[in-house]
Design a protein around this ligand. Structure first.
Ligand code: SF4
Length: 571
């Protein structure tokens, strides 16, 4: 089956729906466990997701299973499908999503929840788990599964943590179950006993699954090469997973602990394999903090001697720039492209509270060094609404920006302001979130004090951050809100041109929920909607870290200063 030919001229990005990319894997379906992998955002974003690519390749590496992809159709495609009464099809074989054994969602952002419902609906699959007696088994994995409560009624089981090993165990169990039974409950019962799987039906707690040795885990060496522009259109090699710097606001810094590195030899062999199997002339080295990679010198040498001579350019998503990583950034040409800093807060007092171990002096030093080399732009990331923040902390943000500008007046400065959302499983999970009105006031103070010459500034819509806070911090009661909002047209809520707060506000009201409660501060005794998920970092440690933070005490990286007993090791 395939979409009608007129699709090509009726919608804006037909390449999002037709597949046929280089390295696509197509398999005979007969006798195999069929998995449809769904990414609840557009193709260009989903195709840039490493986790999605890893799971696609792990499943397809098996003789007895196959994976195909499906992405959230953009609004024009949805309109087209609904008008023609066509179902959503997978890219590889144009098959009905509903005909697969397993449908696996990759969940990395809460603002994609309405798209999950939309994909189920467009695939002709009942939305609630209790309505689905038959297959596909609906599974969700990714970062959001560490606080999955709003999705509980829609998903049959959640994979919490690193999915590479879990997915193979899940397929093995599924295979055995299919031979011996057709009762879905039995399958779910067996799955609920696997480490890292949470089945809402059985209300057990779940422990995050952690891959111990990245050198031994499978990695896609023949990734798909999209035919159209995507967000990260390059080879990607993950050099490290986890970060122990301990920024108290950062969810990734706690839910991906401990730090696990790939050896330099492995990184080099993966890079060589991926570059030759794809033809890419750009490679990205991925980690939460690339300059913390213990083999950074060797990696810098590989770039200088093995990649640059072949005209392969290098990029990194890392936001951390300090003097120790200057050589690396120099090697990859990042200094010429422009530097990125995330001071996050305007005052040292507040940076100490959030444990952002970067000082003004660090920033000024790097800017002075690199200014001599002719760099012309800098990106600065700040957050507003951080715990204990006062007006003076806000006013210091423009002062810091103006000081940077004084170092070299020719530089172009781009400032991005986001609104702090207290994330589950972090020391700040108990703090409150500022309201949209407070956010607007803070942004106005900041803008008034900023000399705009040579500086561009952008900020997140306070109402987008509010929905993010609600869906991140809320419980099962939000499932009806998600359904209501979807019925009333909520789609692609992460996209400013599609997002409509009025729909969500109305849905919350109709479900009798006062959304301001999600912004409130919590006590240690208060039950949290994600308490049943054990990410292996102890709650007592997080609370202690929160209290220490409030008193302004910084913590160095445990890899340097020794263990603070957060609970995650020896994993
Ligand atoms: S248990 Fe200790 S060494 Fe391990 S991540 Fe936590 S603080 Fe660091």
């Amino acid at each position: 089956m395939s979409y009608p030919f007129d699709l090509l001229y009726r919608i804006k990005r037909p390449a999002f729906y037709i597949g046929n990319e280089y390295n696509t894997i197509r398999k005979e379906k007969e006798g195999k466990i069929k998995v449809a992998l769904a990414f609840p955002d557009t193709y260009d974003i989903g195709m840039s997701s490493l986790g999605f690519s890893i799971i696609y390749n792990v499943i397809n590496a098996r003789e007895d299973a196959l994976a195909e992809r499906v992405f959230a159709p953009w609004v024009d495609m949805e309109e087209y499908l609904r008008k023609k009464q066509l179902p959503l099809l997978t890219l590889e074989s144009g098959s009905l999503v509903s005909a697969f054994d397993i449908l696996g969602f990759s969940m990395s952002y809460e603002l994609n929840y309405s798209n999950v419902i939309n994909i189920l609906d467009l695939s002709g699959i009942p939305i609630f788990s209790f309505e689905r007696e038959k297959l596909p088994l609906v599974v969700a994995g990714g970062g959001c599964t560490t606080h999955p409560s709003p999705l509980l009624p829609f998903i049959d089981c959640f994979v919490v943590g690193d999915g590479e090993e879990v997915i193979n165990e899940m397929i093995d169990i599924f295979k055995e179950w299919r031979v011996n039974s057709n009762r879905k409950e039995e399958l779910l019962k067996t799955l609920s006993d696997i480490d890292g799987i949470y089945v809402p039906l059985f209300h057990k707690t779940v422990k995050r699954r952690i891959v111990k040795d990245l050198n031994k885990t499978p990695y896609p060496t023949r990734p798909l090469v999209p035919n159209t522009e995507v967000i990260h259109d390059r080879a990607i090699v993950e050099i490290m997973r986890g970060c122990t710097r301990g920024c108290r606001f950062c969810e990734a810094g706690f839910i991906y602990r401990p730090v696990r590195e790939r050896s330099l030899e492995k990184v080099i062999s993966l890079s060589d394999d991926i570059l030759s199997s794809t033809g890419y002339n750009e490679i990205g080295f991925l980690s939460l903090s690339v300059s913390d990679y213990s083999q950074i010198e060797g990696l810098t040498r590989y770039i200088e001697e093995g990649l640059i001579p072949l005209y392969i350019s290098v990029s990194t998503p890392s936001l951390r720039v300090d003097t120790s990583s200057i050589e690396f950034f120099h090697a990859i040409g990042e200094i010429k492209r422009g530097l990125t800093f995330a001071p996050e807060a305007g005052t040292q007092r507040l940076r100490d509270i959030i444990n952002k171990n970067v000082t003004e002096e660090d920033i000024f030093n790097v800017i002075k060094i690199t200014s001599k080399e002719g760099w012309r732009s800098v990106k600065l990331y700040f957050m507003i609404g951080l715990p204990t923040e006062g007006e003076e902390d806000i006013i210091e943000i423009p002062r810091l920006i103006n000081e940077i500008r004084k170092i070299d007046k020719k530089i172009e400065i781009n400032v991005s302001i986001s609104i702090f959302v207290p994330k589950p499983h972090t020391p700040f999970q108990w703090t409150g979130q500022i309201s949209p009105t407070e956010a607007k006031e803070k942004i106005s103070i900041l803008s008034k004090n900023l000399n705009r010459k040579g500086i561009s500034i952008s900020w997140h819509d306070p109402y987008v951050s509010v929905l993010e806070g609600i869906l991140t911090r809320g419980g099962k009661e939000l499932s009806n809100v998600i359904l209501n909002a979807w019925k009333n047209g909520a789609r692609f809520d992460a996209w400013t041109d599609q997002y409509k707060w009025e729909i969500w506000e109305k849905a919350l009201k109709e479900e009798g929920i006062d959304w301001m409660i999600y912004l409130k501060e919590k006590n240690y005794q208060d039950p949290l909607p994600w308490d049943f998920v054990d990410v292996r970092v102890k709650k007592e440690f997080l609370w202690k870290e929160y209290q220490i933070g409030l008193s302004g005490v910084r913590r160095e990286d445990c890899r340097i200063k020794g263990c603070y007993n957060c609970g995650v090791c020896p994993y």
